[in-house]
Ligand binder design. Structure first.
Ligand SMILES: [Zn+2]
Ligand SMILES: [Zn+2]
Length: 641
C-alpha cells in the first residue's frame, strides 16, 4: 500500500491535507504553518475530544487540496490529450457564429490584451465552479461539502465538460457552509493560479515533443446564485440584489407579501414603446426610465476597493489575479438554476401548489396597494375568503387538462426522465421536478401542455418565455440575432408583468433579462451551466462509503480513479474512465417484441412523407424541385416551401 502511494505521488497524483481554523479564519500554511492557535479567534488548531481535552495532532478541520499544476503537466504528457488541448486553435470558426468560448469577446480580450499569452494555443483557459452538497444525503442536513472544480476550455466540447477532465482542486468540509469565508480556502489555489499566469517552465508537450512554458488564465466562475454572492462578494439579496444592475436594480417592496419583487422591465424597452405609457396594466405609473448600464470594470474595482458596504461585502480573492479586473464577465450567471426557478414559479403559480404559489391573499392586497387590477382583490366571506380568478389562474378542469396532457406525453429515449412519474393526477400537480425536468418543460413541453388553457395573452407570454429559453440554449449562437432576442425577452418580461402578480417576479425572473448579455460576451450557454458539475457532485457523493470520514473517502477514491485513468492511457483497447461512450441504440440490448399493425393508405402516405421530409439524403432533390418550380412558375418565386 505504501509502495503504491509512493508511486502515485511521483506521478503527480497526490493531495495535500491542510489544517484550517474551524471558524474559517485561516489555513495553517505559510506563516501559520506551526501555530497551534488561530491568530484571529484564538481557537485551538486541534480537535476537542468528548471529555473537552484537546487531542494534539488531530486537526479540528481539514481541507483537501489537489494541486492543479502537476495535473496540467500530466495532461501534456499524454500525446492524445496534448493534441486535444490545442483543438481550439485548429478549429474553423464561422463568421458571425459562436459555437465555443473561443469565439467570444471574453476569450479575444485575453488575446488582445496579452498577445504573448494569446499567441500560444497551449496556454490554458480555465473556469472554476463551486457548489455545496450534503455528502450524507438525508442523514444530516447541516453537514456540507464544497468541492472546487476546474475545467479547461481548450479541449473540444465533447471532452471539455466530461468527468475525466474535470479537475477537483479543493474539498472543503464542515458542519456549516463556508459562505463568504470561502476565500480563505481558495488561497492555495489562487497562489497556484498566480504562478500559472506567470508561467511554469519546462513542461513537456508529448504532441510536439518539446518543452515549453505553460501559462493559464481563469476566465470566469460558474455558480448558482447564492454561491455567486460568496465568490464575488457582491450582495444578491434585498433591494440591490442584481449583481449586474447594482444600485439601479428595479425593485419594489411588497408590504403584504413581506418580500421584495423585481418589476419594472419596461425600462429596457425602446423609449417610444407603447407599454411605457400604459399605467393600469403595469404598476399604475408610466415608465420613462432608462435601463441601468452594467457596471464597468473601473466602477466595480472602485466599489470593491473603497468598500461600498451596500453592494459589495468584500473584495474577492480573485482580484489578486493580475488579469481579473480586466475581464468582461467574472462570474457567470447559471442558466440551469435560473431556468429551474422560473419554471418552478410558473408551474406552481398555474397549478396553485401550496407553499410555492406566488398568488394568494397577500399578493392580491399588494395589487390593491399599487392601485392596479383592483377587480382582483379578495372577497371576504363569512367562512372563507374568495379570490377572483386572475389571468394566471386555471380552473379546476383546466388544471386536470394540463396534468393529463403531461401524463400522456411520450418522448424519445434519453430525452428526459419519465414525465408520467412526475404527475399526480389525484391532486393535479407536478411533483419532484428536478432541474433537467424543468429544462425539458421550458424548452418544449410546457407550451404544448398549456396550449388549450389560459387566456390567450397570458399563454402567449409563457410560450414566448419558453421560446426564449429554447433559443438561448442553442449550441451555436448566431450573433446577429442576439439583439432581436434581447428585445424580445424584454417584451416577454413586460407581458408577464402585465398578466402575473408582482410577487411572481423574484430575482431569478429578473436575471433572465441579463442572459443574452452573457451569451454575447461568453459564448454558448452549455459551456457555462451547472449540469456537468451537478452530475460530477453526484459522482463525488457516491464515493462516500465511510460516513464518519466523507472527506477522506472522496479524496482517496478521486486519487485512485485518476491513477487508474492515467494507467489506461498507456494500455491499448481499454476505455478510459470518465468519458462516456456513445449510446449505440439497439446494439447493446435486445429490442422489444414488435407488434404488427395495418394502417390505411392515408396514414401510410403521411408517414412516408414525414420520413422523406426529414431525411437528409432527400434534401438535394427537394431543392432541385424547388428550383424547377421557381423557374417554371415565376409567381411562386418567393416561396420557400
Ligand atoms: Zn479562527
Ligand atoms: Zn439586473
Amino acid at each position: 500500500m505504501y509502495e503504491a502511494k509512493k508511486t502515485l505521488c511521483a506521478l503527480g497524483l497526490s493531495y495535500e491535507k491542510m489544517h484550517a481554523c474551524p471558524n474559517d479564519c485561516i489555513l495553517y500554511r505559510k506563516e501559520y504553518e506551526d501555530s497551534t492557535n488561530c491568530p484571529t479567534c484564538g481557537i485551538s488548531r486541534w480537535k476537542e475530544g468528548k471529555d473537552s481535552i484537546l487531542k494534539e495532532g488531530v486537526p479540528a478541520k481539514v481541507v483537501w487540496y489537489f494541486p492543479p499544476i502537476p495535473r496540467f503537466k500530466r495532461m501534456f504528457q499524454s500525446h492524445e490529450t496534448a493534441k486535444s488541448l490545442i483543438w481550439h486553435a485548429a478549429r474553423k470558426s464561422i463568421d458571425g457564429q459562436m459555437s465555443h468560448p473561443a469565439d467570444s469577446p471574453s476569450w479575444k480580450l485575453l488575446d488582445d490584451k496579452w498577445p504573448e499569452f494569446g499567441n500560444e494555443p497551449r496556454n490554458l483557459r480555465l473556469d472554476l465552479s463551486s457548489d455545496g452538497f450534503n455528502p450524507h444525503s438525508s442523514l444530516s442536513s447541516r453537514y456540507s461539502c464544497w468541492p472546487v472544480i476546474l475545467v479547461t476550455y481548450n479541449l473540444p466540447p465533447w471532452l471539455c465538460m466530461k468527468r475525466k477532465f474535470m479537475m477537483l482542486t479543493l474539498l472543503i468540509f464542515g458542519p456549516k457552509q463556508p459562505r463568504n469565508d470561502i476565500d480563505v480556502y481558495l488561497e492555495p489555489l489562487i497562489d497556484d493560479l498566480k504562478s500559472l499566469w506567470v508561467g511554469i517552465r519546462g513542461v513537456y508537450d508529448a504532441h510536439n515533443g518539446e518543452y515549453f512554458t505553460l501559462r493559464a488564465a481563469l476566465m470566469w466562475t460558474i455558480n448558482d446564485f447564492p454561491a455567486y454572492e460568496n465568490l464575488s462578494g457582491c450582495v444578491v439579496k434585498g433591494y440591490k440584489a442584481c449583481p449586474i444592475c447594482g444600485d439601479d436594480t428595479p425593485s419594489h417592496r411588497l408590504k403584504n407579501g413581506h418580500k421584495i419583487c423585481y418589476i419594472g422591465h419596461r425600462k429596457w424597452l425602446p423609449i417610444n414603446h407603447p407599454y411605457r405609457r400604459q399605467r393600469a396594466a403595469f404598476n399604475g405609473k408610466p415608465e420613462y426610465g432608462i435601463p441601468p448600464e452594467p457596471l464597468t470594470r473601473e466602477e466595480v474595482l472602485h466599489m470593491v476597493e473603497n468598500g461600498d458596504r451596500v453592494c459589495w461585502k468584500k473584495k474577492s480573492i480573485f482580484f489578486d489575479l493580475e488579469y481579473w479586473k480586466y475581464l468582461l464577465v467574472r462570474h457567470a450567471l447559471d442558466v440551469m438554476h435560473i431556468e429551474k426557478n422560473v419554471c418552478d414559479s410558473i408551474i406552481s403559480t398555474l397549478l396553485e401548489i401550496p407553499g410555492k404559489n406566488k398568488d394568494g391573499i397577500a399578493a392580491r392586497l399588494d395589487l390593491l396597494n399599487m392601485g392596479v387590477k383592483t377587480d382582483l382583490q379578495p372577497e371576504y366571506g363569512e367562512r372563507r375568503t374568495r379570490l377572483p380568478p386572475g389571468p394566471w389562474n386555471l380552473s379546476k378542469a383546466e388544471k386536470i387538462e394540463v396534468c393529463n396532457s403531461f401524463y400522456g406525453m411520450k418522448v424519445p429515449e434519453g430525452y428526459s426522465s419519465n414525465i408520467k412519474n412526475l404527475v399526480s393526477l389525484q391532486f393535479s400537480r407536478l411533483l419532484g421536478l428536478k432541474s433537467h425536468d424543468c429544462h425539458t418543460l421550458m424548452q418544449q413541453l410546457l407550451p404544448v401542455a398549456i396550449r388549450s388553457v389560459l387566456e390567450k395573452p397570458a399563454r402567449y407570454a409563457i410560450t414566448r418565455l419558453c421560446f426564449f429559453f429554447n433559443a438561448i440554449c442553442a449550441k451555436t449562437v448566431d450573433v446577429s440575432k442576439l439583439d432581436k432576442l434581447e428585445e424580445d425577452v424584454v417584451v416577454t418580461l413586460c407581458l408577464l408583468e402585465k398578466y402575473f402578480p408582482p410577487s411572481f417576479f423574484d430575482i431569478m425572473v429578473h436575471l433572465v433579462v441579463h442572459l443574452v448579455r452573457e451569451v454575447r460576451l461568453c459564448g454558448p450557454v452549455y459551456f457555462r451551466w451547472m449540469y456537468p458539475f451537478e452530475r460530477y457532485m453526484k459522482v463525488l457523493k457516491g464515493y462516500v462509503q465511510n460516513r464518519t470520514r466523507p472527506g477522506g473517502c472522496i479524496a482517496e477514491r478521486y486519487i485512485a480513479e485518476e491513477a487508474v485513468e492515467f494507467c489506461t492511457q498507456h494500455l491499448s483497447d481499454v476505455s478510459t474512465v470518465g468519458v462516456p461512450s456513445s449510446q449505440k441504440m439497439g446494439v447493446s440490448k435486445p429490442l422489444s417484441g414488435c407488434t404488427v399493425s395495418v394502417v390505411d393508405q392515408d396514414l401510410l402516405n403521411q408517414a412516408h412523407l414525414y420520413v422523406l421530409e426529414n431525411t437528409e439524403e432527400v434534401l438535394p432533390y427537394i431543392e432541385q424541385h424547388m428550383i424547377h418550380i421557381k423557374t417554371a412558375y415565376p409567381k411562386f418565386r418567393n416561396r420557400t416551401k
